[in-house]
Ligand binder design. Structure first.
Ligand code: I3S
Length: 128
C-alpha cells in the first residue's frame, strides 16, 4: 500500500509499529533508548506511543496522550549512516527544533514506506 497524498486535502495519515530512539534533544546528545512505538503520521505531526499498537494504546482512547510528538515542518529525513546504528533499515529524522531520532523496522518495505511518507510530508510542508 503506497503512501499517497489525499487529493481532497484531508490530513494525511499513516500508522504502524516502529523501533524508535532519540539521539539528540534540543541540540544535545542523549543516551539511546530503543523502544517499540506505535507511530502515527498525522498531517505534519509524527506521534509516538509506547508499546505495541494494541487496543489499550492512547490511539482512539481519547484520554491518554501520545508519549512524544515531533513537528516535521522544516525537518529532514535520510538513511542513517553506519556509525549511527548497527541496526539495518534505520532512518535519521531531524527536526527544526534540534531533536534527532532514529527510526527502524526489521521489515524493509515497511521502512521504505515510512521513508517516502516522511519525505513527502516534509516537502509538502516546506513553505510553512
Ligand atoms: O550508538 P551506541 O552507543 O552503540 O548504541 C547502542 C547502545 O545504546 C546500547 O545500549 P547501552 O549502551 O545503553 O547498553 C543499545 O542496546 C544498542 O541497541 C545501541 O546500538 P544500536 O547499534 O542498536 O543502535
Amino acid at each position: 500500500s503506497a503512501y499517497v497524498q489525499d487529493p481532497t486535502d484531508k490530513p494525511s495519515e499513516k500508522c504502524g509499529v516502529l523501533n524508535v530512539t532519540k539521539i539528540t534533544e534540543n541540540g544535545k546528545k542523549v543516551r539511546k533508548n530503543w523502544t517499540s512505538s506505535w507511530t502515527v503520521l498525522q498531517g505534519s505531526t509524527l506521534l509516538f506511543a509506547k508499546g505495541q499498537g494494541g487496543g489499550t494504546s492512547w490511539f482512539g482512547g481519547g484520554q491518554s496522550k501520545p508519549e512524544f510528538t515531533v513537528d516535521l515542518k522544516g525537518g529532514s529525513v535520510e538513511w542513517a549512516s553506519k556509525d549511527k546504528s548497527s541496526k539495518k533499515h534505520v532512518l535519521e529524522l531531524k527536526t527544526r527544533q534540534g531533536t534527532e531520532l532514529l527510526i527502524q523496522s526489521e521489515n524493509d518495505s515497511v521502512i521504505n514506506e515510512w521513508f517516502k511518507a516522511l519525505q513527502e510530508t516534509i516537502s509538502n510542508h516546506a513553505s510553512e
